[in-house]
Design a protein around this ligand. Structure first.
Ligand code: ATP
Length: 448
């Protein structure tokens, strides 16, 4: 299953084309951190924008918040994170490497034992001990226990603590959801698989509050809707699955949980968890804060603590899935008509960092000026790229690697009849389109 070749190609393309760089690279990096370059930041924004559009903007029953990353320490005591957000950590006594006990097979150090005497010839692991994944820092100038706070390990708690504020400041009524996108931090023992498990990452989370009687129905609706979302954005169904947790896997408060999983080159991995959390979180915050977080329904004249369904997705982790899904190689003719291998990112048009590239065929005969005018006109509507350097075939290839769905070329015929060629990234077919009709044509094909 493990396909290191595909991952190596992807990591190298991401670096080479400006999607993702190792964090703090010129200083030797910082393990588990990644920086998003010019194309990566656009892709990540488009994923978040698609999620926000589909879950907030176009729904009447969901509103957004953007809570602080630093929160009162009591939040994490109430949520259970201070006590229980731990992974079991083991050390190899020989090579000192550290691992998550639940991620290694046969209680053996996974680093290759050496045949040389004294050099890691046998593996002895320490007993597993609990390691809390929350990063600590201090508020104010004095580094004392009372000033200690955590960087949030999830965005969800920022929603729960604002449940009452949102109810009081809007007219929204149950069932309704609160959505948030933002950074989360986890001091993962072994960050790995490129950006899949990072120490700093972004989440897209919804807490959907409903009457206790309709919890199971909303859980099923959310599970199906979230699964469909990835499919609609181009993930093939044989690489996507919904995995319902068995009873033994469920946390004590959860009534049901499903994971949306993607078949990464190394195997299945979670993209999103959808959990029916009952009234656990609101009750915990009622207990610790002493505030009443129950809800009064003035139509039914009923007071109750809502149940909550939580679809919790990783923005950066799904970016990796979209990239893995999009990366492919096919055969395309070069300038001499010979077939050569082409690398192409078949990203969904909604996600593509750049929607169209505009080229003059050559740098003369008024072509650059015409191409510039088209570029400037399109730029008002979506992300466009202008390029006049080098052979046009090479320019197409660069855009294929960036995932740009369309390339528009101004050529000799443009001066005569006003048409340009539009080349489709996936089929490589070209069509002539009138400059006047170009915007409408592209908008329709991009489904923006
Ligand atoms: P895992 O079992 O992979 O550690 P989790 O079950 O702890 O994940 P959740 O707490 O349910 O994850 O977080 C919700 C989502 O946040 C995950 O489905 C994933 O997409 C994302 N996520 C969690 N941890 C990380 C991480 N270290 N790096 C990138 N994304 C993450």
């Amino acid at each position: 299953m493990a396909d290191q070749g595909t991952m190596d190609k992807l990591v190298s393309l991401c670096k080479r084309r400006g999607f993702i760089y190792p964090g703090s690279e010129i200083y030797g990096g910082l393990n588990g951190t990644w920086d998003y370059g010019p194309l990566g930041v656009e892709l990540l924004r488009n994923i978040k924008e698609a999620w926000w559009h589909d879950n907030v903007t176009t729904r009447d029953d969901i509103v957004g918040v953007d809570a602080a990353i630093l929160m009162n320490r009591m939040v994490w005591q109430a949520s259970g994170h201070e006590e229980a957000f731990t992974d079991p950590l083991v050390d190899c006594k020989t090579c000192k490497a550290r691992f998550r006990a639940d991620q290694i097979a046969e209680s053996q150090c996974p680093k290759k034992p050496s045949k040389k005497p004294g050099e890691h010839s046998e593996c002895q692991l320490t007993e597993a001990r609990k390691f809390n994944l929350m990063f600590k820092t201090f508020v104010g100038p004095v580094e004392e226990n009372a000033a200690m706070v955590y960087l949030r390990p999830e965005t969800a708690q920022g929603i729960f603590v604002n449940f009452k504020n949102v109810c009081d400041s809007t007219r929204i009524r149950i069932p309704f959801g609160i959505a948030q996108i933002g950074k989360s931090f986890r001091n993962e023992i072994t960050p790995k698989q490129f950006i899949f498990r990072s120490r700093e990452f972004e989440q897209m989370e919804i807490e959907y509050f409903c009457h206790p009687d309709s919890g199971m129905e909303w859980y099923q609706r959310w599970r199906d809707a979230r699964f469909q979302w990835y499919k609609d954005l181009g993930i093939r169904s044989d690489r996507l699955r919904l995995r319902e947790h068995g009873k033994e896997e469920l946390s004590h408060y959860s009534r049901a949980t499903s994971d949306v999983e993607y078949l990464f080159p190394w195997g299945w991995g979670e993209l999103e968890g959808i959990a029916h959390r009952g009234d656990y979180d609101l009750r915990q915050h009622m207990k610790y804060s002493g505030k009443d977080l129950s809800y009064y329904d003035d139509e039914t004249r009923q007071r109750f603590v809502p149940h909550v369904i939580e679809p919790s997705a990783g923005a950066t982790r799904s970016l990796l899935a979209f990239l893995c899904e999009a990366l492919c190689e096919d055969q395309a003719p070069n300038e001499k008509g010979e077939l050569e291998t082409r690398t192409v990112l078949r990203l969904h048009p909604r996600l593509a960092p750049v929607k169209a590239a505009v080229f003059p065929l050559v740098k003369k005969d008024g072509m650059p000026e015409r191409a510039q005018a088209i570029y400037k006109a399109l730029q008002k509507h979506f992300a466009v790229f202008y390029d006049e350097k080098g052979a046009v075939g090479r320019r197409y290839r660069r855009q294929d690697e960036a995932g740009t769905p369309f390339c528009i070329t101004v050529d000799g015929q443009t001066a005569q009849d006003g048409t340009v060629t539009v080349r489709d990234r996936d089929s490589m077919k070209q069509e002539r389109v009138g400059s006047d009709a170009l915007l409408g044509y592209l908008l329709q094909r991009l489904r923006c």
